[in-house]
Design a protein around this ligand. Structure first.
Ligand code: NAD
Ligand code: FES
Length: 296
């Protein structure tokens, strides 16, 4: 059992929990995810790690209540426990293994959309810990939905907040801020890391392609079982077939076929859709052995 040592409500339907999981806390890196299960009957919920404390042996997760499993997760209190908490899973962010001196020469922009602010935090914190100041944009629908502002302020070089309705910070979506920073405010970026809803990542990528900024995205939103077996997170990256949970979750955003991924995500929700995808995609439907029928 994995005890919950802290629970905080960050915004409407958005929860933060610290979970005691020393082995994961010891080995995880920014970009990786865990799978949580409330009890033996609960669904597997893959969540990108929001923070880790190697000394205290805790992992911080942030989730939004979207379906039955996350609603059940939200009923857990401090002192309760998850029956399963598995990780670290997936590949760490690319920069973790990059030459530090080369990385220090780069101008990096992080773009966090809504709940996607949570996985951005450990990456920016890692940068700060390694002496790298980065710019961060947080976008949210409205003031009350901005999360982790203080935490990001303490680790970012510059923090820009924008709300769709203009109730806090700048007005407009994250793409407007990126455009303003580059075109109006003379900023130059070599790399952009964009994490948020699929539609946000798609439009950030269209813009950064135009601006010539290499862009990394996190495809966590399309994951279901998180083990390469269910086929939910199958993606076209350039001419290659990849699986977000085993090959990612982070990819070169300019190579991601977002339209296909979003269409697949919608189809995957129905039994008929799943069957059709399996028929069309054949052996490449799963990320695991490819023929095991893991989604049945
Ligand atoms: P949201 O809908 O409130 O959007 C957040 C921000 O994204 C907006 O304020 C806006 O600035 C930007 N955005 C949205 N649509 C845009 C568009 N068409 N063009 C440009 N910018 C746009 O976000 P939310 O409700 O917090 O998001 C929940 C989603 O985030 C879920 O679908 C979840 O799967 C996803 N999520 C993704 C990750 C990840 O790793 N990529 C992690 C956690 C959550
Ligand atoms: Fe099921 Fe990746 S989430 S194959």
């Amino acid at each position: 059992m994995y005890k919950i040592s802290k629970v905080e409500i960050l915004a409407d339907k958005i929860y933060l929990m610290d979970v005691v999981a020393p082995r994961i806390a010891k080995h995880c890196e920014p970009g990786q995810f865990i799978i949580a299960k409330v009890d033996e009957y609960g669904e597997r919920v893959p969540l990108t790690i929001c923070d880790y404390n190697r000394e205290a042996g805790t992992i911080t997760i942030v989730f939004q209540t979207l379906g039955a499993s996350t609603i059940k997760m939200a009923t857990l209190k401090e002192g309760d426990a998850f029956s399963d908490f598995v990780g670290p899973l997936g590949c760490a962010s690319e920069f973790v293994t990059e030459d530090l001196e080369e990385l220090k020469k780069k101008k990096i922009l992080f773009v966090a959309g809504g709940v996607g602010t949570a996985p951005v935090y450990p990456q920016v914190k890692w940068m700060k810990d390694h002496g790298i100041d980065v710019d961060v944009v947080i976008g949210a629908k409205t003031k009350d939905m901005v999360i982790l502002e203080e935490e990001l302020k303490s680790v970012a070089g510059n923090l820009y907040i924008t709300t769709d309705d203009g109730s806090y910070g700048r007005t407009g979506m994250v793409t407007k801020v990126i455009e303003d920073l580059v075109k109006e405010e003379g900023k130059h970026y070599d790399t952009c890391v964009a994490i948020g809803p699929m539609i946000m990542m798609k439009f950030v990528c269209l813009l950064t392609k135009d601006l010539g900024i290499h862009t990394i995205v996190s495809m966590n939103p399309i994951m279901v079982d998180g083990t390469g077996m269910c086929g939910a997170c199958r993606l076209s990256i350039g001419n290659e077939i990849k699986f977000a949970c085993v090959d990612g979750p982070e990819f070169d955003g300019h190579l991601v076929n977002f339209d296909e991924a979003m269409k697949r995500q919608a189809m995957y929700k129905t039994v008929e859709g799943k069957k059709l995808l399996k028929q069309i995609e054949g052996d490449t439907h799963h990320g695991g052995c490819g023929v095991c029928g893991g989604d049945e």
